[in-house]
Design a protein around this ligand. Structure first.
Ligand code: MRU
Length: 359
């Protein structure tokens, strides 16, 4: 997608086996490219959410794995790569794409009989993951667009979304926002309502920034206003992304997704999840088994942004001394999900298991 007229992906190979990525912790206030010289820095960028969102985490993890192969010493080559895989996998626990990507790059490299060939294959596989991710997300957009109507008299079709599952959360296009981008480029009149998504405000910061860049009409919605706007019939559709989808169709996604799904069911707003097949974990029987990341209380207690003079500052926004909880994800049961928009088409959540055929 374009930033200031130039095409970008979220993450790409840099010079001398390094990895470059858009620093999402600085957006929307500053557009900065972050360079990771080794797999350790790339892993750290995932952990600290310089790069975040399931697909982008997967693409970065794939590149990190390839970096590890490029760095590995001649002796203990495979032990170095194996240890690096464990280290990269420990960056964050919930998004399935991370483990899927490191495993895929590692397995691809094992067919090589020479170390330098293994390193080349690893980089090619990582690149393929990023390219496929972009293509899959575009396909998600095409399928999801079929649920976006042209309303009579040119009225706006209103789409709600939570967190950021746009192009910043993938290599390109995004999952939940991709249908909106396709619809907008086709000339459909749409408006996207993006939840703030406290505590890191991925909706208010990242989704709003993306939509503004693409010229898509949108509003930022306070997290606690979604029930109100749904009760007033404002939203025609709600689409979220996913960090992991269990075999029974339960979906782990950004904290707050569950309550949006409950409210959508109450007010009969179709509630879709959009995800590539790399987000499905067929080894995970139900949502209860999905590990939920617990993040630091600092993210709840403090907020960062520019002051009136434009300098970035961190300020306390809660009562000094009160502790906070910060679960990063929740699980929405399959029964609350109207459908899952995949690159292959739209399925019922309970059909998730058959996605094994798509790999
Ligand atoms: O903690 P994050 O920002 O990495 O969380 C990921 C998300 O943005 C979402 O939950 C998103 O909807 C799915 S990722 C495509």
């Amino acid at each position: 997608m374009k930033v200031q007229g130039k095409d970008y992906r979220t993450v790409w190979p840099g010079a001398h086996h390094s990895v470059d990525m858009i620093d999402q912790t600085k957006l929307p206030f500053e557009f900065v490219i972050h360079n990771c010289p080794t797999h350790k820095e790339t892993r750290e960028a995932i952990r600290t959410m310089i790069i975040r969102g399931a697909g982008a985490i997967g693409a970065a993890a794939g590149y990190a794995m390839a970096q590890a192969f490029a760095e590995a010493p001649g002796i203990n080559f495979w032990r170095y790569a194996e240890e690096a895989r464990g280290y990269i996998d420990s960056a964050r626990p919930t998004a399935q794409n991370l483990f899927w990507a490191t495993n895929r790059v590692f397995e691809a490299a094992t067919i090589a009989n020479r170390n330098n060939i293994a390193a080349n294959i690893a980089m090619m596989e990582a690149q393929k993951i990023a390219d496929e991710d972009s293509e899959w997300c575009h396909q998600i957009g095409i399928h999801g667009n079929s649920r976006i109507e042209r309303k009579p008299n040119g009225a706006s079709f209103n789409i709600g979304t939570h967190c950021n599952a746009g192009w910043l959360a993938f290599s390109n296009w995004g999952s939940a926002l991709s249908p909106a981008y396709v619809a907008h480029r086709e000339g459909k009149n749409i408006t996207v309502y993006c939840d703030e998504t406290r505590p890191r405000s991925q909706g208010a910061r990242l989704t709003a920034w993306e939509l503004q860049n693409e010229g898509v009409p949108h509003f930022i919605v306070p997290d606690n206003a979604v029930a109100y706007i749904m009760s007033k019939g404002v939203l025609d559709l709600f689409i979220v992304g996913a960090d992991r989808i269990a075999r029974n169709g339960d979906v782990a996604n950004k904290i707050g997704t569950l309550e949006k799904a409950i409210v959508a069911a109450r007010y009969h707003v179709p509630f879709y999840v959009a995800a590539p097949t790399s987000t499905f974990d067929l080894n995970c029987p139900t949502g209860e088994k999905i590990p939920i990341e617990q993040r630091t209380q600092e993210e709840v207690l403090f907020q960062t942004g520019p002051n009136r003079a434009g300098q970035i500052e961190e300020i306390l926004v809660c009562n000094r001394g009160s502790p906070a909880i910060n679960p990063a994800f929740d699980v929405t049961p399959a029964e609350l999900i109207t459908g899952i928009i995949t690159p292959k088409g739209i399925i019922k959540p309970t059909e998730a298991e058959i996605l094994g055929l798509f790999r």
